[in-house]
Every structure is written in C-alpha cells, then in structure tokens.
Design a protein around this ligand. Structure first.
Ligand SMILES: Nc1ncnc2c1ncn2[C@@H]1O[C@H](COP(=O)(O)OP(=O)(O)OP(=O)(O)O)[C@@H](O)[C@H]1O
Ligand SMILES: [Mg+2]
Length: 265
C-alpha cells in the first residue's frame, strides 16, 4: 500500500460520471459513482442490462476516461491500461493463430519477461485450470469453457494486482460455470488478488463476492452495497451446500427483490 492511502480506498472511483456523445444524441451511462474498496476484496457488480457496468469497469481498466471524476488504484490515478490490471471479457478474446501456450504467454512476452520465467508461469497457470495437455492446441480446438479458462490464464500470468472480469462465465453451461466459480474462488483465496467482477447472476455474485454492489438502470448509480460472508467462509467449501443454505438463499432473494423493485419502478 502506498503511504497515506486508507486501506479501504485501494481502488477508488470518486464521483465518476460518463457521458457518451454530445448534445441531443448524448447518453449518460454513469452518474456520480463513488465506490471504494480494499486490497483483497472481491467486489461483484449486478444491475440491469445497459446500466453502465461495463463502462464502469472500462474506466478502471484504463480503456475509457470518465467525463468527470477520477479513478485511482493505490492512490495513483488511472492513466491508461497496464499489466497491473488483468481484464477478462465476456467473450474470450484469444489469438486464433497462437497455440494455447503462446496465447497464455502473450502478456509476459510483450513485457520482455525472460523465456524461462515466462514458461514457468504459463505452465503453473495452465496446470491450475486443467489445460496442460492442450498446451500445443489452437483456440478452435477448445470448447467454449476451455477458451474462457485460457482467457483467464492469460490475465493471471501477468500476476495482476487487480483482476477485472466482465460476465466471464455468462456463456457457460451450469456445471462448467460452477466449476469455474470454484476455481476462481480458489485462485482468489490463495493469491490475495483484488477482483472486480460483473455478473447478471445474483447467485454467482453472492457466492463469489465479499461485497455485492447493486446498480440502478441507466444512468448507472449505486443503489446498495451488501457485504457477503460466503466467499471468506472457512472449512468445508461444498458449493451446493453453501448455495442452498438458508442464509445464502435469504441474501440472494433480498438482492433479487431489490432488482425486481427497480424493474417495477
Ligand atoms: N462507446 C459507446 N458509445 C455510446 N454509447 C455507449 C458506448 N458504450 C456504452 N454505451 C451506452 O452506455 C450505456 C451503458 O452501457 P454498458 O455497456 O456499460 O452497460 P452494461 O451495464 O454493461 O450492460 P450489459 O449488462 O447489457 O452488458 C448503454 O446505454 C450503452 O448504449
Ligand atoms: Mg456489459
């Protein structure tokens, strides 16, 4: 942590608004978003389609500058994309002409990390997500779930301080999705990484998040922040048992109620 930066402000969106376009055709995507969280938090964002979730993430990734307000990490204003922030998009954006291994090693290669260290990192992460035996294959030879795992590996090999994920499991079948949730949870628990995670699934948000942030319809504002205890739960991590426990169901239903309430105006 940089000196003088409060722990709870490791990531800080300060009064962030985003307006696309000009004049009558302009669209206000975000309105005065103020949100801070600590290193090691796993923050899940839920909210109706078009409420500005991706826009918010893009300001932190450094792909988009806020119209007003500021975004900072560890006290440093975001000036553009950087290897400290790994980004995983909803559709895996892989290089079709590169093998699994070469896709995974892209970031370290671009940064000039020496080949031996690069290979070691790639091997470690491919093994962790069960892709070792496919390392010489090409993306078209992988299933959708495997491609998504590779996209996650490609972000993780850079050992980012922050992992930004936009609906990363949206296209997966229910079983693969839960397996990926378990894998991601294990990576987060062992690495101490900070995660910002967008999802349309309230259940996924309550399971993975240390906090669930609910956004309003456009222009996106923060309606409520709910601390979730399940991600830090120790001991038996049976995903089905956690998701069917009364405390889990109650929190899931409360958040769904908030979202339904907004839809009904
Ligand atoms: N580059 C852009 N130019 C103009 N308008 C944009 C641009 N990007 C997003 N928007 C608009 O800003 C609003 C928020 O979009 P955003 O993609 O952030 O929503 P979202 O919450 O991620 O939605 P979804 O859940 O469907 O992915 C939408 O009305 C969208 O049309
Ligand atoms: Mg989006």
């Amino acid at each position: 942590m940089a000196e003088g930066i409060p722990a709870a402000e490791f990531v800080r969106f300060a009064d962030v608004s985003v307006v696309f376009g000009r004049g009558a055709a302009s669209v206000q995507a975000l309105q005065a978003i103020s949100l801070s969280f600590a290193k090691g938090d796993f923050v899940c964002i839920v909210g109706p389609s078009g409420c500005g979730k991706t826009t918010l993430m893009q300001t932190l990734a450094g792909f988009l500058r806020p119209s007003t307000g500021a975004v900072s990490v560890d006290g440093q204003p975001i000036a553009g994309p950087g290897p400290d922030r790994g980004v995983v998009f909803q559709q895996p954006a892989l290089f079709p002409w590169r093998t699994v291994e070469a896709n995974a090693g892209f970031g370290p290669e671009m940064r000039g990390i020496d080949p031996a260290q690069r290979r070691a990192r790639v091997e470690t992460w491919l093994a962790r997500v069960g892709l070792t035996e496919f390392r010489h294959r090409y993306p078209y030879e992988l299933s959708g779930g495997m491609q998504q795992r590779l996209a996650i590996v490609r972000a993780l090999v850079n050992e980012p301080v922050l992992l930004l994920m936009d609906e990363p499991f949206g296209a997966l079948d229910a079983l693969t999705r839960e397996k990926m949730q378990e894998e991601l949870h294990a990576v987060w628990r062992t690495s101490g990484m900070t995660v910002l995670f967008i999802t349309h699934s309230v259940e996924e948000a309550v399971y993975l998040g240390t906090e669930v942030v609910v956004m309003s319809p456009r222009p996106g504002r923060i309606i409520e922040r709910i601390a979730a205890p399940f991600a830090r739960k120790e001991g038996d991590r049976d995903i089905r048992a956690i998701k069917s426990s009364p405390a889990f169901v109650a929190m899931r239903e409360r958040i769904l109620g908030l979202i339904w309430g907004m839809a009904e105006g």
